[in-house]
Design a protein around this ligand. Sequence first.
Ligand SMILES: NC(=O)c1ccc[n+]([C@@H]2O[C@H](COP(=O)([O-])OP(=O)(O)OC[C@H]3O[C@@H](n4cnc5c(N)ncnc54)[C@H](OP(=O)(O)O)[C@@H]3O)[C@@H](O)[C@H]2O)c1
Length: 292
Amino acid sequence: MLVYGGSGSQAGPTVTHLLQRGHTPHVLTRNYDKASELRAVGAVPVVGDLGNFECLCAASSEVDAVAFLLPAFLENPDDGFKFGRHAIDAASRAGVEMFVWNTSGEVSDDDSAPNAKLSILRHLQASSLPYLLLEPTTYMENWLGPWTAPSVRDKNLLTYPVLADRKIGWIASDDVGALVVAALERPQLAGNRYPISGIEAPTGPELAATFTEACGRVIRYRTLSPGEMGAVLDEAFGAGTGDRVAQMYRQEQNDPDPPRKYHDMTPVLDALPVQMSTIRDWVQTHHEVFAQ
Ligand SMILES: NC(=O)c1ccc[n+]([C@@H]2O[C@H](COP(=O)([O-])OP(=O)(O)OC[C@H]3O[C@@H](n4cnc5c(N)ncnc54)[C@H](OP(=O)(O)O)[C@@H]3O)[C@@H](O)[C@H]2O)c1
C-alpha cells in the first residue's frame, strides 16, 4: 500500500498501523534520511515528490491501494490541486483497488474562493477510482504545538483559538491512522465519505477539566484571540505564516453558527471497527510534554 505524507505527523500513524496489520507500506518521501528511518521500521521508502507525476505512477504501480494525504504546509500553497491530481491520475493509471483520502478536515463545498480540496474531490469523483474519504475534525496533536503545550506546562492554562463554549470532537491522529488502514482493507466500502471525530466533544472548560485529572493539577481554559494565534505561528514558523491561520480563526470565532465539529461515530465504527482513544488516555500518554 502506498502512503503519502507517511514520514510526517498526520500520516505517520497510517504507516505504523499498516505494519502492525502485516502490510508493507510504501512511503513517499523527498528526504534520504527519512527514507533510512522508514526502511529501519520495515516500510519501503520511495524517494520522490508529489510534483513528479511519473514518480507517482511508478510508485502506484507497485501497490494495490493508496492512502492519500495533502501535506498541511506546502512550499507553494498553490500546488495543492496539482499534487492531488497527480496522485489520483497515477493511482487510476495503475488500476489500484482503493484510494483512501484523509482530508485533514472537512472538505467545504464553497467554491467562491480557490478551494484545492474541493477541486481534488471533483477530480476524484470524475475518475474511475474506487475511493473513500475520511474527513476528521481537529487533531489532539494540535495541543503539542507552541500555542498550547508551553502554556499548559508553565502557566496551567490550556490555550487554544476556539471559543470556550464550542464543543470539539478532538481526534487522535493515531485513531485516524487506524481508520485509514481499516478503510484500505475494505474496498467494498468505496464511494463512502465519512466525517470523523473523537468519541468525546468537550467545551474548552470541560477539556481543561480532563487535563486537570490527567495531569494531577488544576488547569484552566483560555481562548486565544486569532491575533495571538497568528503571532505564535509567526514566531514558530517565520513572519507572515500566521496571517492565513489567524484569518481562518477570526472567521470561525465571528461565525454565529459555525459548522459542527463533532460527529456520532457509531455508524463509522460499525463500518470501520477501531478502538478509539479517550482524551484522558491521550494526555496521559503525552504527559511529559505538559509536566512542570
Ligand atoms: N484537522 C487538524 O487538526 C489538522 C489538519 C492538518 C494538519 N494539522 C496539523 O499540522 C501539522 C502538520 O502535519 P503534516 O503531517 O501535514 O505535516 P508534517 O508532519 O510536516 O509532514 C509533512 C509530510 O508531507 C510530506 N510532503 C510535504 N511536501 C511534499 C512533497 N512536495 N512531495 C512529497 N511529500 C511531501 C513530507 O514528506 P518528506 O518531508 O519526508 O518529503 C511529510 O511526510 C500536524 O501537527 C497536524 O496535527 C492538523
